[in-house]
Each structure stands twice: as C-alpha cells, then as structure tokens.
Design a protein around this ligand. Structure first.
Ligand SMILES: Nc1nc2c(ncn2[C@@H]2O[C@H](COP(=O)(O)OP(=O)(O)OP(=O)(O)O)[C@@H](O)[C@H]2O)c(=O)[nH]1
Ligand SMILES: [Zn+2]
Length: 331
C-alpha cells in the first residue's frame, strides 16, 4: 500500500534531486516520477514516502498550481529561477559597474511574471563610484503616475497626478554594521514575503543573505552534503527562511549574465515597462509600436537627456532600451 500524500515546499534542487521541506521544518530529498524534472524552488508539491525498505527519499506526485514563475529564456533554453515569490530584489553595487541592459531585462521579466521588483544599490561606502552609480539609476527613480494605465487620462483632467518612483531604489551598505541609509526600509519590505535576490557577481548577495540568515552557510553546507554536490550553490536557487513564523524568506540565485527574454512577445514589451505603459494608452493607434507612428504619445513623452530629475516623462535612456529590446524579441 502507498504511503499517504504529504505536502511540502521545494527549498532547493540539483538535477533530479529536490530538497522538500514539510510544514514542521523537516527536510528530505524527493525525486520526480518519470524522466522530466519540472519542479522549481518555491514550488509547493505533494509527495509520498518510499515504501518500507526502499530508502528515505520521497517521490514527487504532483506540483501544486503556481502563483507565478520567474524565468529567463534564450533561443534554446528556459531557466526557471523560482516559483511563488512575492518580489524580486535586483541588487547592484557601486563596484563592479553594472549593466543597465541586464537590469532592464530582469525588470521586464519580473513585470511579465506579475512580480513586484525593487532595486538595491550596495556599497554606499565607496563614495565617488557610488554617486556615479546612483546617477546611472536616475531613470529608475523617475516619477510615474500611480494610477493604472487606462485611468491616467481621466485623472489628469481632475488635477495633478499622484506619482511614485518607477522602482524603489534603496541605498545599502551591507558590509557596514548599520547596513546603509535604507537598510531598515529594505527589512520592512522583506517582512512576510518571499524575495528572490538577483544580481551580478560581487554585488553583495551573499553578504545580504548571511546578514539576514546567520546560519545560511551552515544550511547550504548541509544541503550540499545531502545532495552530494559541492557545486550546488552556484547552479541553483536556494530558499532561506529569515523568519518562518512570519513567512519571511530570501532566495539566492545564480548570477544574471545574459537575461534572455525570448518568452516576451514584441507587442507586449511596452506593457512590461511601466514608464512606457502609462503613456501608451494615449497613442492614436491601438497597436502602436511607439517607434514611428504619427500621434504616438510615448515618443512625445520622452524627455531630453538633460531634463530635471523631477519632471515626469520617459527617461531618454529607458526609451533607448525599449527600442533595442524590441529588435531582439520574437513577434
Ligand atoms: N565596500 C563594500 N564592500 C562590500 C559591501 N557589501 C559587500 N561587500 C564586499 O563585496 C564582495 C562581494 O560580496 P558577496 O556578498 O560575496 O557578493 P555576491 O553578490 O554574493 O557575489 P557572487 O557570490 O560572486 O555572486 C565581498 O568582498 C564583500 O565583502 C559594502 O557595502 N561595501
Ligand atoms: Zn505610441
């Protein structure tokens, strides 16, 4: 007779081995049935204990419906980072210098997956480099109307629009005891949510996770031993509880070198860039590409390179990214 079905959370995986955590915190390795291994970190699933005498590992029977899936896709491969997450924290630093192109693509992927994103700029202590990096992020602090796209015009008629920054950009200094100007705000944003930490190598992702989860290194070592894989940490995502009782978790993930967006269609791109989207409703043609059409409100909203930072509109650098991205996407 089969053992009863149990539910669990995928906290990490390697190949066809998944570490699945039960509600009481106990963990065990589970394997998918059949050839495919489709579970992703953050998945909730149903599994069954092996029959007596067949070892301790569990068998995955079903993956429960996902709230969302954060992934990238290039011409040949899909790489899933995590499922069922509440937000993505894109961590950047004064040094190494970051690629705005990669940042923009990660943010598009988050929007398309319906996941909130926040940017952290670390290494506030590296004074001149930090000021330059902060300046490079000005377009991401650009004010955009808070009302959803379709309501902007109506609201404009009734008075000045309420605005928010395109993305929250938090100032961090993760190696310093106080964590930087916005460290408390970051902790506030993390509370009660599962946050995927994404960013290029060397920006301080491990520094952040070790700060939030003091036994993170020990946990990783234990998982690696169980999976018998020293390479584990660099190849997959891992879910760490900051506080299980309140549901606060951080997930680390491998770097984001080439963030493929082959899953995004060209005609949808503007929807996933909120600064473009909030103007697009006003265009004369409903299928406006915002490149060459007459009566394009998006192009009319693009700011001059030297526009003052508080002026609402589309930053010139963001529109340039939109144009370049559009050329790369499938129809
Ligand atoms: N100056 C300065 N250095 C920092 C700060 N935070 C982290 N670092 C240093 O930056 C280096 C990289 O930090 P990690 O936390 O290993 O970066 P990571 O993003 O995990 O890098 P990978 O493991 O390569 O993906 C380390 O030497 C840290 O000590 C900071 O606020 N200021
Ligand atoms: Zn247009």
């Amino acid at each position: 007779m089969n053992a009863p079905l149990e539910t669990g959370l995928v906290v990490t995986g390697h190949g066809r081995h998944y570490v699945v955590e039960s509600a009481d915190g106990t963990r065990r390795i589970c394997h998918p049935r059949g050839k495919k291994s489709q579970a992703v970190v953050g998945d909730r699933l149903q599994w069954r204990r092996a029959q007596a005498g067949q070892g301790d590992d569990g068998m995955i029977e079903a993956i429960l419906e996902r709230r969302n899936l954060f992934y990238r896709q290039d011409a040949v491969r899909t790489k899933a980072f995590a499922a069922n997450i509440d937000q993505v924290l894109v961590l950047l630093a004064a040094d190494p210098v970051f690629s705005e192109w990669q940042l923009a693509k990660a943010l598009v992927a988050a929007e398309a997956a319906g996941i909130e994103a926040v940017i952290g700029l670390n290494k506030q202590d590296l004074a001149p480099a930090y000021a330059a990096a902060w300046q490079r992020l000005a377009a991401y602090r650009q004010p955009v109307p808070t009302a959803p796209c379709g309501e902007v015009a109506a609201e404009a008629a009734s008075g000045p629009q309420a605005c928010r920054p395109l993305y929250p950009v938090l100032r961090l200094s993760l190696a310093d005891p106080d964590g930087g100007t916005d460290y408390a705000a970051l902790c506030e944003r993390l509370r009660g949510r599962a946050t995927l930490v994404l960013g290029p190598s060397g920006v301080g992702k491990s520094t952040l996770i070790n700060r939030l989860v003091p036994n993170a290194q020990a946990q990783t070592a234990e998982i690696s031993r169980a999976l018998n894989s020293g390479r584990h940490t660099t190849t997959t995502t891992t879910w760490y509880w900051v506080d299980r009782a309140s549901g606060t978790a951080v997930l680390d993930s491998p770097g984001f070198q080439e963030f493929g967006l082959h899953h995004i269609r060209r005609r949808d791109l503007a929807r996933w860039m909120p600064d473009i989207a909030c103007h697009a409703k006003g265009c004369r043609f409903h299928n406006c590409t915002h490149i060459h059409e007459p009566g394009c409100v998006v192009r009319a909203a693009v700011l001059a390179e030297d526009a003052p930072p508080s002026q609402p509109g589309i930053a010139a650098s963001r529109y340039a990214l939109y144009q370049s991205l559009l050329l790369q996407l499938p129809d």
